[in-house]
Write a protein that binds this ligand. Structure first.
Ligand code: HEC
Length: 145
């Protein structure tokens, strides 16, 4: 957040000021991954979610994500569109569990005490719709490969 600047086109990151992310060898990366997979601080939050797969039309899903819920102000839902103050979400489906996505939307602070993401106090239905929208965005990405 320290490196995000607001512009009329949305937030941009001043990359010249970023420190380089450390690089690990494949062996080290595997070790770190094994360690991270042992951390399960929020198992209960994950268990509390019940994701149901459902089809969301890409157009309606995008309208919901950007206009109605305001997620697009901070998150990209395609490689071109969306804000950059939050992590990009067009690969969310490839890297996150559906129950985690649902739980994060339900209560960002439960996952990240210093979260700047607003809690919209959404009910199960609207949360499930957003998760399924991110699934449809992810499925499009898979098809492009
Ligand atoms: C004001 C900006 C903002 C808005 C609006 C916002 N988010 Fe976020 N979101 C963030 C930030 C920043 C993070 C990462 C750290 C944090 O929580 O501060 C995040 C994290 C997430 C994550 C976890 C991503 C990951 O890679 O771990 C998901 C999923 C998510 N947001 C979905 C949504 C959805 C869906 C909406 C709309 C209902 C939304 N966000 C609205 C800023 C925002």
């Amino acid at each position: 957040m320290k490196h995000a600047r607001s512009t009329p086109e949305g937030d941009v990151i001043d990359e010249s000021k970023l420190t380089e992310h450390p690089r690990l060898s494949p062996g080290e990366a595997a070790q770190v991954t094994d360690y991270l997979m042992t951390l399960k601080p929020n198992d209960k939050l994950i268990a509390a979610e019940s994701y149901t797969e459902a089809n969301v039309s890409p157009r309606m899903g995008a309208m919901d994500f950007v206009k109605f819920k305001g997620c697009g102000g901070c998150h990209m839902d395609t490689a071109k569109d969306g804000g950059v103050s939050g992590p990009e979400l067009y690969t969310a489906w490839q890297r996150l569990q559906p129950e985690f996505i649902a739980s994060y939307i339900r209560d960002p602070v439960a996952w990240e005490a210093r979260s700047i993401m607003p809690n919209k106090h959404l009910a199960d239905g609207p949360i499930n719709k957003l998760v399924n929208y991110l699934r449809s965005v992810g499925a499009e990405k898979e098809a492009e490969k």
